[in-house]
Design a binder for this molecule. Structure first.
Ligand code: PLP
Length: 450
């Protein structure tokens, strides 16, 4: 396995150095102007531990669409997860890391024919469907595929509902589809669902698992012997959130409706694994002070408009597409207690490019930094350099313990990591055409003993 991208090299830090101190080091250099991310691999490893301890029976297949960074994929591959791919490009990306096709589910119920051909050519034989036309396509292109019927079961509250696009009605459509599959001789092996991304309705998982049980039973009357249950995505991943309630619901429902340990239970978590691992830092490059009349006191007061170097066409596309609520934190802690009504804007010339409409902030100066946590999910893969503003670079970090752990579980060579003030270290993050970049020597890096 290989880390391909120089930007994806990992900085090994001592255990006292956290994400915020790395951000302070980078911004404190006085050389950094562009927005940048810090990705903490340790956070991903901890998430995996949480997943396996809460839901030991459910094998995660990471949803690549959520954040397709090679570092993320390699770390998850090393930890032993499977992968949910939506397209042939995602399949290629995962396979290029040496991951076996058996660890992939092609979980897109509506696939272009060439992508099905690609799945056939590469041996990715597990895929989802929710309509009759898809069954005919598969019959023609990849008749040996193992198919999973996706049913609809929506959470009452979810950040991004998906049910209006995918998932057949389990009562009125699924039986018909299974009959068609039977008559075409298609090998249907199980049931999947996705309750909606960012699910805030844990009990919906019980309802969905019970409904899946009913489909298993109906399929048995047609002679099918299903052995796969796919619980989809929907698990929260921000700092301060927990999957405990969802896990409790799932474990109980599995005990009640799928006690047979021979049933292979998988899920397709995306944001759970990556959201909190990525922290974005943006600098204030322009400011407008606007005088307004306070509606209560009638006095004149000042509101501030801060322009930062990432916006809704870049990382903050997640506001539009993923309905994320953005929280900005000034990097500098202020001692005073004067706060101003402020708004935060992206760098492009579009008025739509607003990051936060109203926020109370201490007065910010040019070159001050704002930090945005929980930015790892559905941000970078969607970002564009619209108006010529670059997509932020990612600095990947791991503390020594995590580095030792990863070294033990997959054959990374030391060259994948940046240890001390090496040429590779200097290369990382260094754009030779620009002076506004940062290189690592100021960081308190220790050299782990192996
Ligand atoms: N599986 C499928 C088929 C999806 O479409 C998605 C997200 O859109 C996911 C999994 C990941 O969902 P989440 O990030 O909510 O875990």
């Amino acid at each position: 396995m290989k880390l391909h991208d120089i930007d994806d090299r990992v900085h090994v830090l001592d255990t006292q150095t956290d994400v915020w101190s790395v951000i302070r080091e980078i911004t404190g250099s006085g050389l950094q102007e562009d927005a940048f991310y810090v990705c903490d691999i340790g956070d991903i490893v901890r998430k995996h531990k949480i997943w396996t301890s809460y839901m030991p029976r459910v094998k995660p297949h990471y949803a690549v669409k959520c954040n397709d960074s090679l570092t993320v994929l390699e770390v998850l591959a090393a930890l032993g997860t499977g992968f949910d791919c939506a397209s042939k490009t995602e399949i290629n990306k995962v396979l290029s890391l040496g991951i076996e096709p058996e660890r992939i589910i092609f979980a897109n119920p509506a696939k272009p024919a060439s992508h099905i051909r690609h799945a056939f050519a590469t041996g990715v034989d597990l895929m989802t469907f929710d309509n009759e036309v898809e069954l005919h396509k598969v019959k023609e292109i990849f008749p040996e595929a193992r198919m999973v019927i996706r049913i609809r079961c929506d959470a009452t509250v979810a950040q991004c509902p998906l049910g209006m696009k995918f998932g057949c009605n389990p009562h009125t459509e699924a039986p018909h589809l299974l009959n068609v599959a039977r008559s075409l001789g298609i090998n249907v092996v199980g049931v999947s669902f996705h309750v909606g991304s960012g699910c805030k309705d844990p009990p919906v998982f019980r309802k969905a698992i019970f409904t899946a049980r009913q489909i298993f039973d109906y399929a048995a009357t047609l002679g099918y012997n299903f052995n796969l249950l796919d619980l989809g995505g929907g698990y929260p991943g921000d700092h301060g959130t927990s999957i405990e309630k969802i896990a409790e619901t799932i474990n109980l429902a599995l005990d009640d409706f799928f006690p047979d340990p021979m049933i292979n239970v998988i899920a397709e978590p995306g944001r759970f694994y990556v959201s909190s691992a990525y922290t974005l830092a943006c600098s204030v490059h322009s400011i407008r002070a606007v005088n307004v009349e306070d509606p209560v006191t009638g006095h004149n007061t000042v509101n501030y408009m801060y322009y930062i170097n990432d916006g809704v066409y870049g990382s903050f596309n997640c506001i539009l597409y993923d309905h994320q609520k953005i929280i900005a934190q000034p990097l500098k802690k202020t001692t005073g207690n004067k706060f101003y009504c402020s708004s935060i804007w992206g760098p492009t010339c579009d008025a739509l490019d607003q990051v936060i409409d109203q926020i109370l902030l201490p007065e910010m100066k040019l070159g001050d930094w704002l930090v945005f946590e929980n930015m790892g999910a559905y941000t970078l893969p969607v970002a564009s350099p619209f108006n010529g503003f670059p997509i932020p670079k990612v600095h990947v970090i791991a503390d020594e313990n995590i580095w030792m752990l990863l070294k033990d579980i997959f054959p990374l060579s030391e060259s994948h990591f940046v240890i001390g003030n090496t040429p590779a270290n200097l290369r990382l993050g260094l754009d030779i055409n620009s002076t506004d970049t940062w290189s690592l020597p100021a960081l308190p890096i220790t050299i782990p003993v192996c």
